[in-house]
Design a protein around this ligand. Structure first.
Ligand code: ACM
Length: 385
């Protein structure tokens, strides 16, 4: 093999600008931290790992074009990236046609399988199912749905509606706003929430609209009690954008928070602090990107091959002692066995862990197997388990 043939090249598909820039920059930094570490440890197959970067700016066509450019003009078939689900859907045919592999480090709505995608973020049975049990137990039966208007929020709400019903709960409102909401869009949605008097709001708002929505809610409710907003996607990046006052008391669910206490998590946090630019936050989705990049490099080193099929088969039998705990890829559906954690944001904008799964949860992207009562039972204590 020539030197060029031996070099692992990975195309990154993360936006530097646009509606989801804050979270995608965090993911990109997580991936690049992994590459920096691997290269310092000697690289892959004796060569430094090469990353290709571009800025698809949150626009699905630009992700597809960038992916196509990596394949056609750079001979790259291994990619890591995408945040919003319509950007993943835009890239999928290009990856499948090239018989490549896209590592996708983001929570999403489930109900998808591609042999050419390794899903590194949670599916609904790993975040929505425990969250529904937690919210109905701790806050009450009435939930209002608020989301950005695209596939992930609409499909996630479909699953959440089903979960709430199973717990005897009721969806009292379902409202959507554009990805770039105007002040009027926000005011309209907030009024619909107020009028429906929910016990809790389930938000699938993503990107810059997240901070605007939480701020508009905090302003509208003023000093009075306000229903907490629970989200699968709000992370340290969006919390930094909205500020602690709008964030406090709200609920988040993810496989990882920087408040996880373990040698792997503590090391990851200090490595990120040293590596990330000052305005980029450490998030669960940076951790997912970091883990996926490290697992890809490990697979190529272990097998000595850059062939997609060889790498994929190796991943099914590998695991990683990651910042969130030991994770692995499930051969049946290409999704990942992940931890689930529910946190509450405190007055300083820090995420305090209120509940965590005692082991990883097997991915079930079609939500066919899970018995919801399991989660209710495991939450009887209320605190971390
Ligand atoms: C998402 O669109 N999967 C956050």
């Amino acid at each position: 093999m020539s030197r060029q043939d031996r070099q692992l090249k990975v195309g990154l598909l993360f936006a530097e600008t646009g509606v989801t820039a804050a979270i995608e920059r965090s993911q990109r930094c997580g991936a690049l931290l992994a590459v920096e570490q691997v290269n310092r440890e000697g690289g892959v197959l004796g060569e430094p790992v090469l990353t290709l970067v571009g800025d698809p700016g949150g626009d699905p066509d630009r992700y597809r074009n960038l992916c196509d450019d990596y394949v056609r003009n750079h001979g790259v078939r291994l990619m890591l990236g995408c945040y919003m689900s319509h950007t993943r859907k835009a890239v999928m045919p290009v990856i499948e046609r090239a018989d490549g592999l896209l590592f996708y480090p983001t929570p999403y709505e489930g109900f998808e399988y591609s042999p050419n995608i390794i899903y590194g973020g949670p599916a609904p049975n790993q975040n929505s199912a425990p969250l529904a049990a937690y919210l109905t137990r701790h806050y009450g039966a009435r939930v209002a749905f608020v989301g950005s208007d695209y596939i992930y929020p609409r499909e996630s709400n479909h699953v959440m509606r089903h979960l709430y019903k199973q717990h005897g709960g009721e969806v009292v409102e379902e409202a959507y706003m554009p990805l770039y909401p105007s002040a009027d869009d926000l005011a309209l949605v907030v009024e619909r929430v107020v009028r429906s008097a929910p016990d809790v709001v389930f938000s699938t708002v993503v990107g810059t609209g997240t901070a605007s929505f939480y701020q508009a809610m905090a302003q509208r409710y003023g000093n009075g009690p306000r229903p907490p907003i629970a989200s699968l996607t709000t992370s340290e990046a969006e919390i930094a954008e909205m500020g602690a006052e709008a964030a406090r008391g709200n609920i988040v669910v993810a496989p990882y928070f920087t408040s996880v206490e373990s040698p792997q998590s503590n090391a990851f946090v200090s490595q990120c602090r040293a590596f990330f630019p000052a305005d980029v936050r450490i998030t669960a989705w940076a951790e997912a990107a970091y883990c996926q990049m490290r697992m890809l490099c490990q697979a190529v080193n272990a097998t000595g091959s850059l062939e997609v099929e060889v790498i994929r088969n190796h991943l099914y039998h590998a695991s990683m002692d990651s910042p969130q705990g030991r994770v692995q890829v499930e051969q049946q559906n290409n999704h990942s066995h992940l931890f689930s954690r529910i946190g509450e944001i405190d007055a300083r904008g820090q995420i305090c862990i209120k509940w965590q799964s005692s082991t990883t949860i097997r991915p079930d992207p079609y939500v066919v197997v899970h018995n919801l009562d399991d989660w209710t039972l495991s939450m009887m204590g209320g605190g971390p388990s």
